[in-house]
Design a protein around this ligand. Structure first.
Ligand SMILES: [Zn+2]
Length: 564
């Protein structure tokens, strides 16, 4: 066998020696029969990039893949670092990479892979349009994969790929798991659009890797917020940046604010124009040398087919969040997309709480039970209970009128309470898109309430912003409570029909008090009016029961805000 690698050169950039391996489209495997190629499967196994080039693989549109413009993808095709993370802009050729790399690994390494997408419907949409299209367009893949029609799993040689959505309801999940056995274990987890997935579910899936030596965790995502799981992994990675060299020999990575001027790419140091060819001929350079996690950052600035002018125009015409996430491939946090602590703190009401009547309780279930207690005048106690008996005590002591409990994860104890305090205790299930206008529905037969998670979070946030929810608590009592609220953030998602909508998501950290407040809000709604729609908050400032005045009036009088 002659040389597979056309050229190898060692170059030094910023003190890092880097081996540059070049492969051209006309390698010796080209046009070789599949059987003959199998004999060389060692190389195909070691380098998915060789495999892609030598088999002249095509993308889902039937166009042969090229690595002239997509040069920055070459290293990522061949990177088998167990934990790897890519923060990327939109449409950079990454879907094809993820799918082909997973097929290559399943076939040549006999791996079982769990391929996670944000939602159940994303799985139903992506598999036919991307995955099956790739199989159809590439005979080598059609030869490997017989059960092309299954949306949820594919057998690739001896390996399996299981496709799952992180936001799936329980019935969907159970149906899937029963089909493949309870012990679905894997060698690698591919987390596609990790930032738009259910963060807790992503973490749960990591336990499926225990039996494997490799334990691969591949996070590939368009970033949304810096607190998501994949962005935390990025922070701990070697953080590779694509460095380019200007005509005068200055190495640098491209930064929108420094390198784009008057619709042109220019060198940060000497202002000489940087050509498309120079952008193409970049190198991945690690920011941190001795880290085990491999990280890459792909922005539109390193895509030679996208001009400086186009990027400049996006900056001028799109929202800041869109520009950061989809053009720069960076997370974005603005006051319009997250709740900050000042919004909660300014709702502190220093007057005595009136807890004589109409008290309601919201409780987020789990190992620890986070609860929020109050009435229409405000929230006057929050806490964390270890046992359900403590929750029952609260129901008795405060003569709770309505209590809403999270039905999941373990239904047994909440159900007992519901049956013991019939009509008082309700179980909540989050259920998206119940109806357009009504996003809460009360089932009187089973004492169950169904609510739309995103809409109820939005409602509570609106109430907080409009100062309709007050806290008869001290700032120091609210520290953890505030942290939980800071874990939620808003992103824009497209549904199957391409319609954009706001969705509140939670980053990896805890958000139990957020949900406890949602349940508190539901319980209050139930007490106000036995309807289905959340009406605007009813203020009772004028009722003569020694009620707390509106916080805004206190702020006005005292002329100051409350701060931690
Ligand atoms: Zn220069």
């Amino acid at each position: 066998m002659s040389v597979l690698i056309n050229s190898t050169a060692k170059i030094k950039i910023l003190g890092q020696e880097r081996k540059e391996t070049e492969t051209k489209g006309k390698g010796i495997f080209n046009n070789m029969e599949i059987e003959a190629g199998q004999a060389n499967s060692f190389m195909w196994r070691e380098s998915p990039l060789f495999w892609v080039i030598d088999n002249r693989l095509k993308n889902e549109k039937g166009i042969e893949l090229e690595f002239w413009n997509h040069r920055f993808l070459k290293d990522i095709y061949d990177d088998f670092t167990p934990t790897q993370v890519v923060r990327k802009a939109a449409q950079v050729g990454f879907t094809t990479l993820k799918v082909l790399k997973s097929f290559n690994a399943a076939y040549y390494r006999n791996w079982n892979i769990i391929y996670l997408l944000p939602t159940f419907s994303a799985v139903q949409e992506t598999i036919p349009s991307k995955v099956n299209a790739l199989i159809t367009n590439n005979p080598i893949l059609s030869g490997w994969i017989k059960d092309k029609d299954s949306v949820f799993q594919k057998k690739v040689g001896k390996g399996f790929i299981y496709y799952r959505g992180t936001f799936a309801n329980r019935i969907e999940s159970e149906k899937l798991e029963s089909g493949v056995g309870i012990t679905l274990s894997a060698d690698a987890l591919i987390m596609d659009e990790a930032d738009r997935s259910d963060q807790a579910i992503l973490e749960q899936y990591e336990s499926r890797l225990k039996a494997s030596d490799y334990r691969g965790k591949w996070y590939f995502s368009n970033p949304s917020n810096p607190h998501t799981l994949s962005q935390k992994v990025w922070a701990e990675s070697d953080q590779k940046h694509w460095f380019v060299k200007c005509g005068n020999g200055h190495w640098q990575y491209l930064d929108f604010f420094k390198n784009i001027q008057n619709g042109k790419f220019v060198c940060e140091t000497c202002q000489k124009e940087i050509t498309d060819e120079q952008r193409r001929n970049g190198q991945w350079i690690k920011k941190y040398l001795n880290r085990d996690i491999s990280g890459y950052w792909i922005s539109h600035l390193i895509c030679p087919w996208i001009s400086a002018e186009q990027i400049q125009k996006e900056y001028e015409t799109k929202t800041r969040q869109y520009f950061y996430n989809f053009v720069l491939g960076l997370p974005y946090v603005g006051s319009d997309v997250a709740l900050n602590k000042d919004i909660i703190l300014r709702n502190i009401d220093i007057s005595e709480p009136n807890w004589q009547k109409n008290n309601v309780l919201g409780c987020d279930s789990g190992l620890k039970k986070h609860w929020v207690l109050g009435n229409k005048q405000g929230i006057f106690r929050i806490g964390v209970a270890d046992k359900w008996e403590e929750i029952e005590e609260l129901i008795k002591i405060y003569d709770i009128e309505t209590c809403v409990l999270d039905a999941l994860p373990d239904l047994t104890e909440p159900r007992k309470l519901r049956d013991k305090y019939l009509g008082k205790v309700w179980l909540n299930y989050y259920k998206p898109e119940i109806k357009k206008a009504d996003f809460i529905s009360w089932d009187y037969k089973t004492r169950t309430v169904y609510s739309d998670r995103t809409k109820i979070i939005q409602q509570v946030i609106d109430d907080l912003v409009e100062r309709k929810i007050r806290f008869q608590l001290k700032p120091e009592d609210l520290e953890t409570y505030i942290k939980h609220w800071e874990a939620v953030y808003k992103i824009v998602e497209k549904n199957n029909l391409g319609i954009e909508r706001d969705v509140w998501k939670t980053s990896g950290t805890e958000d139990h008090f957020v949900h406890a407040t949602n349940y508190f809000r539901l319980a209050l709604e139930k007490g106000q009016k036995e309807g289905t729609e959340i009406k605007s908050w009813i203020k009772e400032d004028k009722i003569n029961t020694g009620l707390a005045p509106d916080i805004s009036k206190i702020a006005e009088k005292s002329g100051r805000q409350y701060e931690l």
